[in-house]
Design a binder for this molecule. Structure first.
Ligand SMILES: [Zn+2]
Length: 152
């Protein structure tokens, strides 16, 4: 890996630590020329390796997971906040990807939508609402008639 400081072509790993709960590894690298040390993070990607099942009756189609497509669909949920859209769409998509890798063995399009919604909800309620509306995830509103107490 190229040095981030002087672009020297050789750096060596001085320390590495696997993540216990995620599929990733931290590495401490040092440049052989200027001695600058920096950290890299290696993580698994869903890209290309995982086929996502899209149920579209009567047939089921599969396609490779696309981080850029997910980033775009998240960006589309931030029409109310341009700054957040530019700054956070990609990191949010990466968060969704890492959650899927660590929690779902064979993610489907529904799993991706549900996880994305969950991540957006923690980050920005309005973006989560936009996302839910455009992905058909709107939860049914609970109605309780007047004068009818809930039974526990
Ligand atoms: Zn260097």
């Amino acid at each position: 890996m190229i040095c981030v400081n002087c672009f020297h072509e050789k750096t060596r790993v001085t320390n590495s630590r696997p993540h216990k709960k995620q599929s990733g590894t931290w590495r401490r690298r040092q440049c052989e020329s200027c001695q600058t040390t920096f950290t890299t993070y290696e993580k698994a990607a869903l890209d290309e390796t995982v086929r996502i099942h899209y149920a579209s009756p009567p047939s089921t189609t599969t396609a490779a997971f696309s981080l850029s497509k997910l980033t775009l669909s998240i960006a589309a949920s931030f029409s109310h906040d341009r700054t957040a859209r530019q700054l956070h769409s990609l990191p949010l998509a990466e968060t969704v990807e890492q959650l899927l890798i660590s929690q779902v063995r064979h993610p489907s399009a529904d799993d991706i939508a549900a996880t994305t919604h969950q991540v957006l909800k923690r980050f920005d309620e309005l973006a989560a609402l936009h996302y839910a509306a455009s992905h058909g995830l709107v939860a049914p509103t609970r109605r309780r008639g007047p004068g009818r107490p809930s039974i526990k």
